[in-house]
Ligand binder design. Structure first.
Ligand SMILES: NC(=O)c1ccc[n+]([C@@H]2O[C@H](COP(=O)([O-])OP(=O)(O)OC[C@H]3O[C@@H](n4cnc5c(N)ncnc54)[C@H](OP(=O)(O)O)[C@@H]3O)[C@@H](O)[C@H]2O)c1
Length: 258
């Protein structure tokens, strides 16, 4: 991860997937660094507002009904966002779908839905937003994409989810390179297992953590003007660099059915 010059603290945010538990914790953590207003783009804006309000009362919330699969709605999303906060200082993409099974046995329809929800549609939204941030970079803006260590190496139990996160991760890193010099920086966040609504009912993986821990790392990185890849907890970065290169048989044994 690369440190940049210090920047004006972010005051406004657009959250894609505004109902996410990790996003709620990120907004609360960013409030401690000066965030004042967050636009929450969510399938269920009332639920998103309630979840976010439970996490922090220090940020004005602007909930908008939005579905990532509706790429035709991006103009409306942007227009409502800029009317509310101008060009946002931070755009956080927290859209994701895991379910309790993301591997063999999924129907073609479900595979396509997962690939679209976790990769194709967020990628379209990020490309759209990036152009507009780059056209108005202000004192420096940040895009934050919640990727996952699941994208570093596919596992038999969740390769559909993992591969779609790998696609989004690669897309975001490439987009970050394309934005280099524009005043817009890209932070790609790779959490391990996080105890959130997404993982309710699942056995925690080793190094499981909480949304607040991910959020603290994200807020410090954003406020510190950092970009690049951020693994949470940090140990997962070097660990997965090793795991990604293990022989397949050994990896299958280590990953097991999880
Ligand atoms: N929890 C983990 O272990 C973990 C680990 C690594 C990475 N991540 C990533 O972190 C991000 C946030 O996850 P989380 O743990 O906070 O889980 P979460 O609370 O379930 O958040 C995921 C959000 O994505 C939204 N979403 C799903 N499909 C959508 C659609 N078609 N249009 C708009 N929004 C949609 C959900 O909306 P609704 O509120 O309407 O359901 C939900 O608010 C995700 O990208 C996830 O892949 C999570």
């Amino acid at each position: 991860m690369v440190a940049r010059r210090s920047l004006r603290p972010p005051q406004t945010a657009l959250v894609l997937g505004g109902g996410s538990d990790i996003a709620a914790a990120c907004v609360a953590a960013l409030a401690g660094h000066g965030l004042r207003t967050a636009v929450l783009a969510a399938r269920d804006p009332d639920a998103a507002r309630a979840r976010m309000a439970a996490a922090t009362d220090r940020v004005d919330l602007v909930p908008i009904r939005w579905d990532v699969l509706d790429t035709g709605a991006l103009d409306d999303l942007w227009s409502t966002t800029t009317q509310a906060v101008g060009t946002p200082d931070v755009v956080l993409c927290a859209v994701g779908s895991l379910g309790h099974h993301a591997g063999l046995g999924m129907s073609p329809t479900d595979v396509e839905a997962m690939a679209r929800t976790n990769y194709a549609a967020p990628a379209a939204a990020l490309a759209y937003v990036a152009e507009r941030l780059a056209a108005d970079p202000g004192d420096g803006r940040a895009m934050v994409v919640l990727s996952s260590v699941a994208g570093v190496r596919p596992r038999r139990s969740n390769f559909v989810y993992g591969s779609s996160k790998a696609g989004l991760d690669s897309f975001a890193r490439g987009l970050g390179d394309a934005l280099h010099g524009s005043g817009v920086r890209m932070l790609v966040v790779r959490p391990g297992f996080v105890r959130s609504r997404m993982t309710t009912g699942l056995d925690p993986a080793p190094f499981a953590t909480d949304p607040e821990v991910v959020a603290g790392a994200v807020a410090r990185a954003v406020a510190g003007g950092r970009d690049g890849v951020l693994s949470v907890p940090p140990l997962l970065g070097p660990l997965f660099a090793v795991l990604a290169n293990l022989p397949r048989g050994l990896w299958r044994r280590i990953a097991g059915d999880r």
